[in-house]
Design a protein around this ligand. Structure first.
Ligand SMILES: [Zn+2]
Length: 178
């Protein structure tokens, strides 16, 4: 099971503010891309994302089939990238509503998983347990999801993202599922 194979993450060659060619310069810790006009260093950091655990009383768990690349057509946990100006919990709840139309006000942190990613360098995923959700009658796939389904523990699909898999195993250990 691998994540996916795509081009290398973005590399900074020019300052995105002034357009000057960046040089490699030591910031006191390491060599970094540096703009000699703006006097700014450019750092590469993991990109934060959130995923959701939505579980029914019978133990079945919600998965969403991906409508976008990477891993188009594969089942994953609902979720997506955190936007500027929102908390990670808000990101989880927003992504859940966008992809499934389910609504919730609260999410409990399950854990965090980080994985090197060919697309973005490194992704840091926060798993959230959505405990009080509602709206199953109006549930419908949208944005990044093409299909939604609750899977019993023994019939769950294989997950393409190792971060989701790691968080799922953690969730199962805590909640006695799987
Ligand atoms: Zn600059």
């Amino acid at each position: 099971m691998s994540d996916y194979t795509l081009p290398k993450p973005l590399e900074y060659n020019y300052c995105p503010t002034c357009g000057t060619t960046l040089i490699q310069h030591h910031d006191g810790q390491d060599e970094r891309p540096h703009c000699t006009i703006c006097l700014r260093y450019f750092y590469f950091n993991p990109i934060p994302a959130a995923c959701c655990f939505v579980v029914k009383p019978d133990g079945s768990m919600l998965f969403a089939r991906r409508a976008v690349q990477p891993c188009l057509g594969m089942w994953t946990l609902p979720g997506g990238f955190v936007e500027l100006g929102e908390t990670t919990e808000e990101a989880a709840l927003r992504e859940l509503q966008e992809e499934t139309n389910l609504r919730a006000e609260r999410a409990t942190l399950v854990g965090v998983s980080t994985k090197q990613s060919p697309r973005s360098g490194s992704v840091l995923v926060l798993g959230y347990h959505i405990e009080d959700w509602r709206g199953e009658d109006e549930m419908r796939p949208d944005t990044d999801a093409s299909e939604l389904r609750f899977f019993a523990p023994h019939e769950r699909p294989e997950l393409p993202f190792s971060t989701h898999q790691e968080l799922l195993e953690l969730f199962d250990r805590v909640h006695g599922l799987g």
